[in-house]
Design a protein around this ligand. Structure first.
Ligand SMILES: NC(=O)c1ccc[n+]([C@@H]2O[C@H](COP(=O)([O-])OP(=O)(O)OC[C@H]3O[C@@H](n4cnc5c(N)ncnc54)[C@H](OP(=O)(O)O)[C@@H]3O)[C@@H](O)[C@H]2O)c1
Ligand SMILES: *[C@@H]1O[C@H](CO)[C@@H](O)[C@H](O)[C@H]1NC(C)=O
Length: 318
């Protein structure tokens, strides 16, 4: 009997320790945000919602920029309740439409005075096409955020010191930037097999890292800094469009055991948004609340510059 209890005790202790390990590093910053305004894209669910709650707790005016009015308004109520703040609002933003990005920016600049932190969090993992004929993942994960950031940049300079945080992924390591492909068709990769989607998603996440790399250069001397990051493997709803059976019987059990919950998944985003003294690391990539080295292709000056120019054309900025 005693042995059984002991074994059960050890098992539970190991499990607790393991889940603690899975949670990873926590954002240690004590920064408060009273009087500051923050935008979090894709914040009706997942990592974005958890991020919004924490920023609201710290006193920020938090704008949930989401593509679904009903889900967005519902999230506002949840974020208000969980943070105890009333200073939370929904604004319509569909990153799969350049028109929507422009009208969001216009409305925002007209109705809001400040922008202190922009969190480019929204992401999609599914094949498809945007309103403008771009690949869905390339269009939403990269181009939409590229345009959004550029349209809000002046305001961020006026409010400096300010920060732009872009949620990338470890999978950027498996991506590459094929400019020939972008020239011939704007989809940034074809096909919708499991491996195609996986690859194109990875390309889009490499764009996030290179975008941040180039943006930091353009922002030198402005006191606006920028960071990209991997949130960890997070038990969110990102895989909602993948095969239901695989999701239920393979992904869910693995995620429940080995993936972070969304609060833990928000920690590196929060670190990049809040941590004092990381300004000299502008342009770098973070994971587990610490700056990380990236592969040569994720800090290639020439590719980053060219991607910027191509993105200007595709987003209609130039
Ligand atoms: N989960 C992970 O393990 C993991 C790992 C590495 C990186 N990431 C990155 O983390 C970020 C957050 O993802 P998550 O895991 O929290 O996934 P999630 O639960 O699926 O949340 C993604 C959010 O993005 C929004 N979104 C999708 N398409 C949009 C569009 N066209 N316009 C505006 N918003 C749009 C979604 O809105 P709807 O609800 O309306 O679809 C949702 O709010 C993403 O950038 C993802 O690539 C996640
Ligand atoms: C940036 O911040 C430093 C330190 O606060 C300040 O001295 C400098 O004037 C700022 N530069 C700009 C361009 O705002």
């Amino acid at each position: 009997m005693n042995e059984l209890l002991l074994i059960a005790g050890i098992f539970i202790a190991v499990l607790i320790f393991f889940r603690q390990f899975v949670r990873g590093a926590q954002c240690k910053s004590k920064t408060k945000l009273h009087g500051k305004t923050v935008i979090v894209t894709g914040s009706n669910t997942g990592i974005g919602k958890a991020t919004a709650v924490e920023l609201a707790i710290r006193g920020a005016r938090v704008i949930l920029a989401c593509r679904n009015q009903v889900l967005g308004e519902a999230a506002v109520a949840v974020v208000k309740r969980e943070s105890g703040s009333k200073n939370v609002l929904f604004m319509y933003l569909d990153l799969a439409s350049l028109k929507s990005v422009r009208s969001f920016a216009q409305t925002f600049l007209k109705t809001e005075e400040r922008l202190d932190i922009l969190i480019n969090n929204a992401g999609v993992y599914a094949q498809g096409t945007t309103e403008d004929g771009l690949g869905l993942m390339f269009g939403v994960n990269h181009i939409g955020h590229f345009l959004l950031t550029n349209l809000l940049l002046e305001r961020m300079k006026e409010c400096a010191p300010s920060r732009i945080v872009t949620v990338s992924s470890y999978l950027h390591n498996l991506g590459n930037i094929d400019f020939d492909c972008l020239r011939t068709h704007k989809e940034f990769g074809m096909g919708d097999s499991f491996i195609d989607v996986f690859k194109i998603y990875s390309h889009s996440k490499l764009c996030n890292v290179l975008f941040t790399h180039e943006l930091a250069k353009k922002l030198q001397g402005t006191n606006v800094t920028c960071y990209s990051l991997h949130p960890g493997a997070v038990d969110s709803d990102l895989g909602r469009y993948t095969n239901k059976k695989i999701r239920r019987f393979v992904y869910r059990p693995i995620a429940a055991m080995f993936f972070k919950d969304i609060e833990a998944g928000a920690q590196t985003t929060l670190h990049c948004a809040l941590q004092e003294g990381i300004e000299s690391l502008s342009g770098r990539y973070f994971s587990n609340c610490a700056v990380q080295k990236v592969a040569a292709k994720a800090q290639d000056d020439a590719v980053a510059k060219k991607l910027w120019e191509v993105s200007e054309t595709l987003s209609g900025l130039s």
